[in-house]
Every structure is written in C-alpha cells, then in structure tokens.
Design a protein around this ligand. Structure first.
Ligand code: PLP
Length: 387
C-alpha cells in the first residue's frame, strides 16, 4: 500500500462518519432511530426551482464547461439579491464568485492565503472545515473559544498581540453553527477594527443568514465594511432554498480576495454546472414565499424542541436563528457519554458538542431538520430517560 501524505493522515475522521458508524450499529439491533444529527433540511427544493432546472438541462449550451467564476447572469442575480437583502452594492464582475457550495469556497480560502506557519483565527466550537482547511494549507489554527457567558462571540482581548500580528485570516460564522448564536452590530464593528489594526482578512460564513425567527434579520459583514477592504462573505443556497444536494453557493466582498480565490479555483475545479446556476438564479430572483414558509416550519419546531428539552430537565435557550439547538449535557456526563446514552437507550441521534472542537465539550447539538411528529416522539422518549 502506498502511504498517504501526512497532510491527509493528520485529518481526523469527518465528524459525521463517526456518528454514521454508531447509527449503523444501533440500527442493526432493530432500534427505531430519530436522527437529529445532520444539518440537511428534510423539505424538498421548491417546485419553481426544479422546473427551471428541468428546462435548463435540456439546452445543449448548458452541457459544456461553465465559466470558472460563474455565469455573469448568476453573479448579477447574486448582486441584485445582496442589494435587496442587505442594501450592499456589489460589482458582479469582480466582487462575486460562484462556488460549488459554500464549503468548497471556505475550504479553498486558506489555500489562497495561507502558507507554512501562517496563523488563522478559528472559532471553537465551529464548523470543522475552518480548522481542517487551515491545517491542510500548512497554517496554524489559533482557537477562539466561543463561550456561553460571552453569547458565543470570540473575545479578541484574550488573543495575544503576537498571534494577532501573525494572523492572516479570521473565520467567523453568524448566525452560528453549532451554537445558534447571533452577532450584534457592535461585534461586527469590533471585528472590522481588529482586521484594520492587524491587517487580517475576515472570512464571514453566512450560510444561515436567511434562517432567522421572531422578526430577527441577520446582517452582512459588508454592511459594516463599506469599502470592502477587509472582508469576504460566504453564502449558500443549500439551507435557504433546501438545495444542499445541488452544490451551489457564492463568495462576495473584497475584490483581491475574490480574485485570489478564483485564481486558485481555476486550477482545481471547472465551475458550477450551468443548469444549476439557472436554477439558482430562479431561487434568488423568483418568489420567496418558500423561504417564509420554511422559517415558519423551523420556528414551530424550535419552540417545540426547546420546550420539550426544558421539560425533560435539559438546560437550553431558544436560538434566534439557524436550525440548530445547542444544549448542555446533564451533570455527570461528557458530550460523548451523553450522546452515546441517547442513541443506545432511546434511539435518539444528536451530535456531541466536542465534535465541533474542544470548546464544544459539555454540549450537544440538535438539528431540527425532522418533522414535528418525530420531534414529539423524541421528546416523549427523552422524558422517560433517567438522567
Ligand atoms: C456553518 C456552515 N457553513 C457552510 C456550510 C456548507 O454549506 P454548503 O457547502 O452546502 O453551501 C455548512 C453546512 O452545513 C455550515 O453549517
């Protein structure tokens, strides 16, 4: 056997691969699993988007290699959506690039900026790709703990000055996976000040910007970085339009950063299938009633789940955004031991908090991407559990 590169050997198994193995074992025993572990909406892509895809796929012009950066029509649709949604003007030529899902862009960004020994500021708990892509690029992740007492916002005062001086990228993600936390204006203002002072590129992952409740409207970092000097923002159509399998997203913001990311990508992938780009244009420009309906569904599920958890004696608060609920494991358990107990004794699958980084220890994540009937069943099972 040929030995893989050490950069590959150092990668821990992808979080969900470990959970999948445990699920498989329990399923073999005939236990009915209620699975709250994966952030993949259970609701189908809206029909008008599918119809656009059906039409576009028949056109032979869409069967060819697409442009690397995305069709100009798609990039225009993105900038129009941005302007409507955030009041931010983008130049579709130079400030927008199509991505094969936002994960692809997030994973490639460190490759465009990070060399051996460069520092990347990475939140923990956090979406695992920030840290792994930093390591793959030869960089050093400096962990920013997200703690409940700080509303899961990083505290830059605790980061040594020499680390900030060496840092080239800062990853932030609000609304946040896995904590469900949101950021206020003063947080974004502070982040821009840090970026300005230490010359750091802010990479804001806004995959959940449209999944918010109780009238809350998440903001774009570009509303604060008006000259687009310091920031790039990653967006996804996956969650907003229930298109996780379609693989389309976009990055916007600082022109140099978009240029360098695109330059790297032209040597790795060959863009997004054009029929999918047409479907995505329809998603961004067509009727938005499905987004409103989706939010209502998730809001009901959120209320039901949080109330159910509280009645089962589990400490949790209601998130204003995302479809994740971040709950404390009961006293006497670790994240792993509690999640194992849940799956083995009650057939309930949740994600252990430490899977999102060491700072997630003591928590578990529930993804409310299953229907109310199943949520109700899970709550009934939970109430019978001896904690
Ligand atoms: C925080 C965050 N960012 C990015 C992504 C990637 O989304 P996609 O690649 O489907 O656009 C996810 C997916 O779960 C996520 O949770």
């Amino acid at each position: 056997m040929v030995k893989p590169a050490s950069r590959v050997e150092q990668i821990p198994p992808y979080l969900f691969a470990r959970i999948d193995k445990m699920k498989e074992e329990v399923r073999k025993e005939g236990i009915d699993l209620i699975d709250f572990s994966i952030g993949d909406p259970d609701i189908p892509t809206p029909p008008h988007i599918i119809e656009k895809m059906q039409e576009a796929i028949k056109d032979p012009r869409n069967h060819k290699y697409p442009s690397y950066e995305g069709m100009i029509e798609y990039r225009r649709a993105v900038s129009n959506w941005y302007h409507k949604r955030f009041g931010v003007k983008l130049n579709p030529e130079h400030e927008v690039v199509a991505l094969i899902g936002s994960k692809e862009g997030i994973a490639h960004m460190p490759w465009a900026y990070i060399g051996n020994g460069d520092v990347v500021l990475v939140p923990s708990p956090g979406y695992p790709v920030y840290k792994i892509s930093t390591l793959l690029a030869g960089g050093i992740p400096h962990i920013l703990p997200l703690r409940e007492q700080n509303r899961f916002l990083p505290q830059f005062d605790n980061v040594p000055d020499d680390v900030l001086k060496k840092a080239k990228i800062l990853f932030i993600n609000y609304p946040n996976n896995p904590t469900g936390a949101h950021a206020d204006d003063s947080f974004y203002e502070n982040v821009i000040d840090i970026a300005k002072k230490y010359n750091i590129l802010i990479c804001h992952d806004a995959a959940y910007s449209e999944i918010a409740y109780d009238g809350y409207q998440p903001k774009s970092i570009l509303q604060f970085d008006k000259e687009k000097q310091y920031s790039v923002e990653f967006h996804s159509l996956s969650k907003t339009y229930c298109m996780t399998g379609w693989r389309i997203g976009f990055a916007v913001g600082n022109q140099d950063a978009i240029f360098n990311l695109t330059k790297l990508k032209t040597n790795i992938d060959s863009g997004v299938f054009q029929a999918i780009q047409y479907a995505a244009i329809e998603a961004l420009e067509g009727k938005q009633d499905s987004v409103e309906a989706l939010k209502k569904i998730f809001q009901r599920r959120r209320d039901m789940t949080v109330d159910g958890l509280l009645s089962a004696g589990i400490k949790v608060s209601k998130p204003l955004a995302t479809f994740y609920i971040w709950a404390k494991v009961p006293e006497g358990y670790t994240s792993a031991s509690f999640c194992e107990k849940l799956i083995k004794e009650k057939g309930i699958v949740v994600t252990p908090g430490n899977g999102f980084g060491d700072e997630g220890e003591g928590y578990f994540r529930i993804s409310i991407t299953i229907n109310e009937k199943r949520i109700g069943e899970a709550i009934e099972r939970l109430k019978t559990m001896k904690l």
